[in-house]
Design a protein around this ligand. Structure first.
Ligand code: FES
Length: 352
């Protein structure tokens, strides 16, 4: 496959993905804002400012309703936002973690996307329900960074760049989009690059045509820590290319979709309250198996870090694969989106 064909395939897959997320009522229906168990912060926030950042992109400043301080966060963090209509979406926090009384998020309007449309129609003073922040894309300290952002993927990357610049690290950014006018925060980032003697490579479809993953990775200086935020097909093409070229020291990307089950073994769940028995296959999660008969079983991240899917554990040996439960909680709870029975054929008794 040629580089151009490869990038066209990535583009096509990304469009299908965006369309699915935008148009599917299932996305909202399957992510209800009803965590079974409270983990982290949850509060109301007022829309305190709205700005046009680029074509079809608006940013929103959010302030806590009771004027209490906002929970602190680190670059790469995101929040769950429940819109006035009840839809739930995750948005990365942009800007500086020490941004005082406000969070800033940015939303691209997606053609046919009812939730992005609803967000773009918000007015100042409206109230959103916030949960988080959580961080599934943390920034590790490094001497040299190479960031890659595609369009709205700049949101978490911008916070990372602010931190890298503050730490005096060397950084460069490859920033890709349809047109220059479609790239949010570009002017601020160019100013920051000038101040910190760093480099931004901007390439757009209308001027530069298609780029290859090899070209993009080729911009990384030797020994860089590489952070990518963009559509999953782009991220995986860049990961493969980074491994092939060997010029980056580490590779990080934000996971928008849960990873496949690795080393899974079949087991059984017994639901102590209802008396049901649910078989879990080797390649599926306990959550997926449970949702066949209980489609309203709550969840959010499906990656073991938000706590929305946590249920009580009555008996059974668990292989805990989450990052949300403490040691003590693990005796009596399980995050069913990732954790499983410890051995082949085991039975877990859940408080359901
Ligand atoms: S859905 Fe987030 S921890 Fe399971």
């Amino acid at each position: 496959m040629t580089a151009g064909v490869g990038l066209r395939a990535i583009g096509a897959a990304s469009r299908v993905y965006a369309k699915l997320v935008a148009e599917s009522t299932v996305v909202t229906a399957l992510s209800p804002a009803r965590p079974r168990r409270h983990v982290g912060y949850e509060f109301d926030a007022i829309v305190d400012g709205i700005a046009d950042e680029a074509v079809d992109v608006k940013s929103f400043l959010l302030r806590r309703t009771e004027n209490r301080p906002l929970p602190t966060w680190l670059p790469g963090a995101h929040i769950d936002v429940t819109t006035p209509s009840g839809a739930l979406r995750q948005y990365s926090l942009a800007g500086r973690p020490d941004g005082g009384a406000h969070y800033r998020i940015a939303v691209r309007r997606i053609l046919g996307g009812s939730v992005s449309e609803e967000m773009h129609n918000l007015s100042g003073g409206e109230v959103l329900r916030i949960r988080g922040p959580r961080n599934a894309f943390p920034l590790a300290r490094a001497r040299r960074y190479f960031f890659v952002a595609a369009g709205i993927g700049i949101t978490p990357i911008r916070a990372m760049i602010e931190r890298a610049a503050e730490d005096g690290a060397e950084w460069s950014l490859y920033y890709r989009g349809r047109t220059r006018e479609s790239l949010p925060f570009l002017a601020e980032l160019e100013q920051l690059a000038q101040r910190s003697d760093s480099r931004i490579i901007v390439e757009t479809d209308d001027v530069d045509g298609l780029a290859s993953a090899a070209d993009i990775v080729g911009y990384a200086r030797e020994g860089s820590a590489m952070y990518v935020c963009g559509p999953a097909p782009l991220s995986s093409a860049l990961r493969g290319e980074a491994m092939r070229q060997g010029n980056v020291r580490e590779f990080h990307t934000e996971l928008f979709t849960p990873a496949a089950v690795v080393d899974g073994m079949p087991f059984t769940m017994h639901l102590s309250r209802s008396g049901e028995t649910v078989a879990v296959g080797a390649q599926e999660t306990a959550l997926a198996a449970l949702r066949r008969t209980r489609p309203d079983q709550p969840y959010s991240c499906r990656q073991g870090f938000c706590g929305a899917c946590v249920v009580g554990l009555v008996a059974g040996r668990v292989e805990h694969r989450d990052r949300v439960l403490g040691d003590e909680d693990r005796n009596s709870s399980i995050a069913i989106c990732v954790s499983r029975a410890a051995a082949d054929g085991d039975v877990l008794v859940l408080d359901l």
